[in-house]
Structure formats: structure tokens, C-alpha cells
Design a protein. Structure first.
Length: 209
């Protein structure tokens, strides 16, 4: 994945009030740390940051131009979002070095189609892998092509890109394929027990009688 160049501004105001003013100015409060360096409190352009995260997710590498004229590579470590506005409230960034291998969680994408009359259940949405910090995959593929009921896919069976190693336990189950319930089973389950409302109505009718 390509690096995204982004310019940082120094952040001198802290606390909720300072953070609100930073966000009103179109910036996202952030902290940059790692490799034994003193944490740097910075502000990043909200629009550029959001666009990069939407494209690359948590494996997006940023080439951050710092206020002192230097630059550093960093990965998003934690993101706080506003659940209503769907905007970034704060971002933690971890400093990385070119050639350094890091452990990250990447999304698992299911590819192919399981056999007919099956139900596919994804047990894990992400998989922990180890890779070069500047060559992180944005996802890994788990094939379910032709899998029948009773099958499953483990982490060790997921094909990883070249240079990427599995960090998760290989026997962790990522996907389970089960038999789809028949119409008779669904009908039986639906009629197995009367609803609470129906039970109350029935009880009332019995008392009235």
C-alpha cells in the first residue's frame, strides 16, 4: 500500500475545549509516539485523514510532515469516532521505520461461493499478521469456494501475500460453513412456542370462559 503524505500542525490547546476548537478548524487532534520518542501532540487535516483511512484502513501508512521540518512514518493505532457524525475525534499514531516488521490486524475478505444450501458464518472479521510496515496488505482473502456443510477455514488455511506471516494461532477458526435450515425446520422453530402476547391473550380467553 502506498504511503500518504500529510502535514501536521502543532497542538498547544488541550482538554475538551481545545479539542473542540481544533475540530471546528477542520483538524483532528492526534498524538504521535513510539521508538522511545517523546509523544508529539499534533493536529491533522480532517478531510485528508478521513480519505486516507477510508482507503487504507488501519494499515494505511502516513508520511507525516512535522512542524519542525522533519518527517516520520506512522500507522494509525487507535481512532476515536463520533458515532452520530461519523467523524474522527482523536487519532493515536505509532511511529514506524522503513523495513521494520510490525504486527497488525487486517480485514478478512471471503472469496468464492460455498456449496448450495449452506450457511456461511464468519467467526473473525480480522486476522493478526506480521509484515513490513511499509508493505502492509489492506486485507487477506479466505476462500470458501465449494465448501460444504460441516466445513471450516482456519487462520492457517488463509493464503497470505508474499512477505506476510501469520501472527494469530493457525488453528483459530475464521469461517464456519453449516447446512441451511429447511423450510420445515424454520416453520417448526417459528411455531415451537407461542409469543408472549399470544400466550397472554389465550390466558385471558380461558379466564373469560
Amino acid at each position: 500500500m502506498s504511503e500518504v503524505r500529510i502535514s501536521a500542525e502543532p497542538r498547544t490547546e488541550f482538554g475538551k475545549g481545545g479539542a473542540r476548537r481544533t475540530r471546528r478548524a477542520g483538524k483532528v487532534p492526534a498524538v504521535l509516539y513510539g521508538h522511545g520518542e517523546k509523544p508529539k501532540h499534533i493536529a491533522l487535516p480532517a478531510r485528508d485523514l478521513a480519505a486516507a483511512i477510508r482507503h487504507g484502513g488501519m494499515t494505511q501508512v502516513f508520511d507525516i510532515a512535522l512542524p519542525d521540518g522533519t518527517a516520520t512514518l506512522a500507522l494509525p493505532k487507535a481512532i476515536q469516532r463520533d458515532p452520530v457524525k461519523d467523524t474522527f475525534e482523536h487519532v493515536d499514531l505509532l511511529i514506524v521505520r522503513r523495513g521494520e516488521r510490525v504486527t497488525v490486524d487486517v480485514p478478512v475478505v471471503l472469496v468464492g461461493e460455498a456449496a448450495r444450501d449452506t450457511l456461511v458464518m464468519q467467526e473473525h472479521e480480522t486476522l493478526s499478521v506480521i509484515a513490513d510496515a511499509t508493505r502492509l496488505p489492506d486485507h487477506v482473502d479466505a476462500s470458501i469456494e465449494g465448501l460444504g456443510a460441516g466445513s471450516h477455514v482456519t487462520a492457517g488455511q488463509v493464503k497470505l501475500p508474499e512477505g506476510v506471516e501469520l501472527a494469530a494461532e493457525p488453528d483459530v477458526v475464521v469461517v464456519v460453513v453449516a447446512a441451511s435450515p429447511t423450510a420445515e425446520q424454520m416453520a417448526a422453530e417459528g411455531g415451537a412456542a407461542p409469543s408472549e402476547e399470544a400466550a397472554e391473550v389465550a390466558a385471558g380467553e380461558g379466564q373469560a370462559a
